[in-house]
Design a protein around this ligand. Structure first.
Ligand SMILES: C[S@@+](CC[C@H](N)C(=O)[O-])C[C@H]1O[C@@H](n2cnc3c(N)ncnc32)[C@H](O)[C@@H]1O
Length: 239
């Protein structure tokens, strides 16, 4: 009996040790003494977290010159979406990209237009109503969890979003399990490496920094595609 108890205890310690070895450690959020006026004053893995873009600026996301400036149609083409796929547009804003991707996945596919601002989702609802598009699903998440079903997403994309997460560790801890094994996680971020990109500094990210922040999650770095004029397309795949 004593031996059995020792064995059980030994097993649970071994289980705990494995779980601890597998769990990514939570990097700290550090308060900064001096910081960028567009930042939150919180640093995460050496990067200042940016302030969230308010819904009042939604018109800027839908500006007519966006195609000429950022080539979002080339972005969508580069993703090689197929009919029937399930996509999550994390931080979808007014759904500018969600509706473009909805066309690519067709009627048998769907796009979750996820955001933390209900006002942004109200714009998505009204666009869906006006256009009759049925495969864009407005989806309210929180700053720590997009609340997507486990292993359900083929491709999760964040276009100019990740640098605004106020709790990136918690968000990614919930996002990765929502990907199907082999599913893709895509970052579209303004190039920090290029001073000519006309965007506020805290709203830009380098490839090196994105890789550093993703290294603690069960993801394989897949590639960086540089087809866009201002942004990196950085792709990871769920292990
Ligand atoms: C600059 S906008 C980009 C919108 C859209 N991706 C586009 O390119 O048109 C950033 C969006 O990210 C959203 N956001 C910020 N933090 C978020 C979080 N933790 N979870 C989901 N969305 C978030 C904001 O509410 C905002 O709508």
């Amino acid at each position: 009996m004593k031996k059995l108890f020792r064995l059980a205890l030994g097993c649970s310690f071994a289980g705990l040790a494995i779980a601890m070895a597998q769990a990514p450690s939570h990097p700290p959020y550090l308060k900064m003494t001096e910081h960028d006026e567009n930042g939150t004053g919180i640093s995460y893995l050496g990067r200042e977290i940016a302030q969230v873009m308010g819904h009042q600026a939604a018109d800027w996301l839908d500006r007519p010159e966006r195609e000429a400036e950022e080539a979002p149609s080339i972005l969508v083409k580069s993703l090689k979406l197929k009919p029937g796929m399930t996509v999550a547009d994390i931080g979808a804003g007014s759904g500018y990209l969600s509706f473009m991707m909805a066309k690519a996945v067709g009627k048998t596919g769907k796009v979750y237009a996820e955001d933390i601002q209900q006002e942004m989702l109200d714009i998505v609802v009204s666009k869906a109503k006006d256009t009759g598009v049925k495969n864009v699903l407005p989806w309210l998440g929180t700053t720590t969890d997009p609340k997507l079903p486990a292993k359900s997403i083929d491709l999760m994309i964040m276009v100019d979003v990740y640098h605004e997460f106020d709790q990136p560790y918690e968000m990614l801890s919930h996002m990765v399990p929502a990907l199907k094994p082999g599913g893709r996680l895509v970052f579209v971020e303004y190039r920090k490496e290029d001073p000519k990109v006309p965007i506020k500094e805290v709203h830009k990210m380098s490839v090196k920094q994105v890789k550093k922040e993703m290294a603690i999650f069960p993801l394989n770095y897949t590639e960086t595609n540089e087809v866009l004029p201002r942004q990196h397309i950085i792709i990871f795949t769920r292990k």
